[in-house]
Design a binder for this molecule. Structure first.
Ligand code: SF4
Length: 357
C-alpha cells in the first residue's frame, strides 16, 4: 500500500519518524519547501474544488515523504486559520480524495481497505460476497447520506454486519475520514507556530474570503420561504448547513425553486453554501433540470414520489389535507390561507375602528 495516498494512517506517521523528519524542518527546512508548497496547494484545491488532486509519486521514498509531510502541513495551515467553513471544506476534500484512492485498490487489495476502515474506527471484515461493516458503524458514518438505499432496512445484514458493495464501502469511509478531520481540526498549535504560519496563509485567507463573498448573498428573492412545505424547508436548511443532499433531494429542491420562478443563478447561490459545492457541476445539474440545456423543464415531484424517495420530511397538518398532493400545491394553499388570515385581520381592524368612532 502506498502510504502517501493514505497520509492519515499511523503507519504513515511511523514512516515520517523513521525518515527523521520533524515539525521544525517541515516549517523551516529547505528540504521540505516542496512539501509546504504542496500543503498549501491541498488547501487551495479544497477551497476551489472540494477535492485534492493526486500527484505523481514516481520519485520513490522521498516523494512519498514529501506527500505525507504536505498533508501534515495542510492540517496546520487550516488549523492556524481556524475557520469553520474552511475546516469543513478541507475535511471533505481530503475525504473525497481518500474515497478515490480506496476505489483504486479495492479489487487488488481489499485487506488494505479493511485496514483503513479499522484506523477510521469502523469495525469491518472482508467476506466472500464483499465487504461488511458492523451496523452501528454503518449507521454512524452514513447518517449524512439521506437517501433510501442507505437506510439500514434496505441493506442486507448478517450477524450484525451490513454487506456493502465496494463503492458504497469506500463512500462510508469517506464520511468517516471527514468526521474525524472535522473533530481533530483545529489542532492545538503553539502561538509561536501559529504566528509563523500566518506569514504564509495570506493567499489562502484571500481565496477563502473571495469565495465566501462571491456566494454569501444567496437569498430567495421573491420566493417566500415561510410558505415552503416542511420537506422543502428541511432540504433547504440541509443545503445551507452544509449537509449533503441525496440526488433525489437536490432534484426536488431545484425543480421546486425553479417552478416558483427562481432562475439558475439564484438557485446556484443557494447551493453554494454546501461544503461539497462544485460550481460547474452544480450549474450543469441546475440547467439540466430547468430545461436550459436539456430542453425539458422538470416539475418538482409530487408528494407520493417524495414519500417513496424518503424525502417527505416532517409532514404537518396541511400536508395531511386531502387537497395537498404536491409541494407546489402546499405552497399555494399556504399562501391562500395566509392572505385569507390577513384579510380577516384587516376586516377586524376596520370593525374595531368603526366601533370606537
Ligand atoms: S406531504 Fe408533500 S408537501 Fe408535505 S412534506 Fe411530504 S412531500 Fe412535502
Amino acid at each position: 500500500m502506498n502510504l502517501a495516498r493514505f497520509p492519515f494512517l499511523n503507519e504513515a506517521f511511523s514512516f515520517v519518524e523513521e525518515q527523521g523528519a520533524d515539525l521544525e524542518s517541515l516549517l523551516e527546512g529547505t528540504a521540505f519547501e516542496e512539501a509546504r508548497s504542496r500543503g498549501k496547494q491541498r488547501v487551495l484545491e479544497a477551497i476551489g474544488n472540494s477535492d485534492i488532486s493526486d500527484i505523481s509519486l514516481a520519485g520513490g521514498e522521498f516523494d512519498r515523504l514529501l506527500e505525507i509531510m504536505s498533508y501534515i502541513y495542510a492540517r496546520m495551515l487550516v488549523s492556524s486559520i481556524d475557520d469553520h467553513y474552511l475546516t469543513r471544506r478541507y475535511s471533505l476534500a481530503e475525504a473525497v480524495k481518500l474515497n478515490r484512492n480506496l476505489s483504486h485498490i479495492l479489487s487488488s487489495d481489499p485487506d488494505a481497505v479493511i485496514g483503513v476502515a479499522g484506523e477510521l474506527d469502523a469495525n469491518a471484515v472482508a467476506a466472500d460476497k464483499g465487504l461488511m461493516m458492523h451496523f452501528t458503524d454503518f449507521l454512524r458514518f452514513s447518517s449524512r447520506i439521506k437517501s433510501p438505499e442507505w437506510k439500514l432496512v434496505n441493506t442486507e445484514v448478517f450477524d450484525g454486519y451490513v454487506f456493502l458493495p465496494g463503492t458504497s464501502f469506500c463512500r462510508v469511509l469517506q464520511n468517516a475520514l471527514q468526521d474525524r478531520l472535522e473533530r481533530e481540526i483545529p489542532l492545538h498549535l503553539p502561538e509561536e507556530m501559529k504566528r509563523s504560519l500566518t506569514k504564509v496563509t495570506g493567499d489562502i485567507v484571500n481565496e477563502l474570503e473571495a469565495r465566501k463573498s462571491r456566494f454569501e448573498d444567496g437569498g430567495l428573492g421573491e420566493v417566500d420561504a415561510e410558505l415552503f412545505p416542511p420537506c422543502m424547508r428541511v432540504l433547504l436548511a440541509n443545503t445551507q448547513n452544509g449537509v449533503n443532499l441525496p440526488h433525489t433531494g437536490r432534484f426536488a429542491l431545484t425543480s421546486f425553486l425553479h417552478n416558483l420562478g427562481m432562475d439558475s443563478e439564484e438557485i446556484l447561490l443557494l447551493f453554494s453554501k454546501s461544503p461539497d459545492f462544485d460550481e460547474s457541476k452544480t450549474l450543469y445539474q441546475i440547467k439540466h433540470i430547468t430545461g436550459e440545456t436539456s430542453g425539458t423543464e422538470y416539475t418538482a415531484p409530487e408528494c407520493a414520489t417524495m414519500k417513496s424517495h424518503g424525502i417527505c420530511y416532517e409532514p404537518d397538518r396541511l400536508c395531511a389535507s386531502d387537497k395537498v398532493n404536491h409541494p407546489l400545491v402546499y405552497y399555494r394553499a399556504k399562501s391562500f390561507l395566509r392572505s385569507k388570515e390577513q384579510k380577516g385581520k384587516g376586516a377586524e381592524g376596520k370593525a374595531e375602528k368603526k366601533d370606537s368612532t
